[in-house]
Write a protein of this length. Structure first.
Length: 362
């Protein structure tokens, strides 16, 4: 079975992290999100993957190539204008002439794809949609099903008084090839608003696959940070520290897990690294600095006495001495924060910005 990973969106809600980096290349535990996704698909014996891309194509292709080093086959489909979820699948060059999977590229999940495939075959479905419960379904697409999990209707981003279930479209579909006939070529078209309601109207067998398994979309920096925290707890463990290569840790530094430390990192005297924390390669935590609950990408420097807490810092950033970056702040690539600045309350700094010493206090 082939899988199409949809990765052509603009990722505007995740900016400034995605100004220079494709969303699917954002590091999760120091590896691109897409690497986690393809390993997940591979566990379910899916080794033929088509990645539908918009911008930043070379970035993805140069890392993953033809997929052979990951034990699978990868093809690429590029859209030159926004085509929507269904339009992107229609645009895929590789033939989709058997049952295939469509997977939104901005989600991380443990949903059992093998069991979902089995149900799809058992029901002789034309469409199977993975469903997951959420606390607030108004920002997603609600899917109503009957007792046998056959879909009755879709409500895309319902108002509060329209909500009849908390089960939402989880962005994973198993489709039969005839569903492609519902998609006109070379225009913007979506499964959620166009294809699935039309298939339902015409009596196609559309089923939901409800699951309580872990599921999160990383559409915002808050959710991106939460995913890293969740996976640190799961894969590294509550008190463990995982080193991905050689580095330097001063004997008087303190590291509390869960933490993952990239290669060639320096953690200096009297500094504190308190998990859940992910440090990319070549990061420097200087004397007396504290980083807690953070994700740092590659080649970041945290100056003496600086404090970082519950924030995300992209690559090649410098945090000056005695500065603070706290509580939901997000820094894009190549940001320089001068000495003594204090940032909090979810401030976002765009790439290549330089904040002069003692210039900001929020």
């Amino acid at each position: 079975m082939k899988a199409v990973i949809l990765a052509g969106g603009e990722a505007t809600r995740l900016r400034p992290l995605t100004c220079n980096t494709a969303k699917i290349m954002a590091p999760v535990l120091n590896h691109p999100l897409l690497e986690h996704l393809i390993n997940y698909l591979k566990k379910h014996s899916i080794v033929d993957i088509i990645i539908a891309l918009g911008k930043q194509v070379e970035q993805v292709q140069s890392y993953f190539g033809d997929g052979s080093k990951f034990g699978l086959r990868i093809a690429y489909s590029v859209e030159h204008f926004p085509m929507g979820t269904a339009g992107a699948v229609k645009n895929a060059r590789s033939p989709l002439d058997e049952s295939f999977i469509v997977f939104n590229g901005d989600i991380f999940t443990d949903i059992d794809l093998t069991a979902m495939m089995d149900l799809h075959c058992e029901k002789k479905a034309s469409v199977s949609i993975a469903l997951t419960p959420v606390e607030d379904p108004t920002i997603y697409g609600v899917v109503e099903t009957d007792a046998g999990n056959r879909v009755k209707r879709f409500i895309e981003k319902p108002s509060r008084d329209e909500v009849t279930t908390n089960m939402i479209n989880a962005g994973i579909y198993i489709l039969e090839p005839e569903i492609l006939n519902y998609i006109p070529p070379k225009i913007f078209f979506t499964f959620e608003r166009n294809v699935f309601p039309a298939a339902l109207e015409r009596g196609q067998a559309v089923y939901g696959y409800p699951s309580e398994a872990y599921w999160i979309d990383i559409g915002t920096p808050e959710k991106y940070l939460r995913l890293n925290h969740d996976l640190l707890q799961r894969y590294v463990g509550n008190k463990r520290v995982k080193f991905e290569g050689e580095g330097t840790v001063h004997p008087l530094a303190r590291i509390e897990g869960p933490a993952i430390i990239g290669a060639d990192c320096l953690i200096d005297k009297n500094s504190i690294v308190k998990g859940p924390v992910a440090l990319g390669s070549r990061c420097q935590i200087e004397e007396g600095a504290t980083v807690e609950g953070v994700v740092l990408w590659q080649n970041c420097k945290v100056g003496k006495g600086a404090k970082l807490r519950s924030c995300v810092v992209a690559s090649n950033c410098y945090i000056g001495e005695e500065s603070e970056v706290l509580d939901g702040c997000v820094l894009g690539d190549n940001v320089r924060i001068g000495r003594g600045n204090k940032l909090s309350q979810g401030i976002r700094i765009w790439p290549d910005k330089s904040i002069e010493p003692d210039a900001i206090s929020f």
